[in-house]
Write a protein that binds this ligand. Sequence first.
Ligand code: IMP
Ligand code: MG
Length: 174
Amino acid sequence: MSERVEIMFTEEEVNKRIRELGEQISRDYEGKQLHLISILKGGTFFTCELAKRITVPVTLDFMSVSSYGSKTVSSGIVKIVKDLDDSIEGKDVLIVEDIIDSGRTLSHLMELLEKRKPASISLSTLLDKPDRRVVEVPVDYTGFVIPDEFVVGYGLDYDQKYRNLPYIGVVKFD
Ligand code: IMP
Ligand code: MG
């Protein structure tokens, strides 16, 4: 069985959409300072591209969570692998995630971060698969809504591979 990747969104399409999100976020946070929380590892490519397009002052932190489960399905039990370096108390926080699937990871994470008393907390995701949602999560900024397919590239992996692809694609097995 061999794997191949079919392009879903080209690098140009992805970057254009991220630029639009950056402009929207800059307008929404005008006069404020924004604290980005990038979710490792998948969210980092989106974070870099987005941060460059935001015109209000930005600070940046990283968090790594793992949800126990198989390669393609998350269980909803979230473990903090790497916590934030800095306190988020009183800050306007924007979480930057690669994809929301069942919503379990993010709903757990947001609950946890709310307890740390940020001034506000919003959520941005490059991709959203609403058909797969098990737990509701309030998404404020979405790059692309996609059908229920397993996608890779632009930070997203299949078994840790393909994160470095500059586009978003679907893994096909044949
Ligand atoms: P959720 O808890 O089910 O929303 O899982 C979200 C996490 O599952 C994402 O942060 C990804 O790490 C992973 N994931 C879900 N769907 C995909 C996909 O299509 N490609 C790659 N990773 C995915
Ligand atoms: Mg992830």
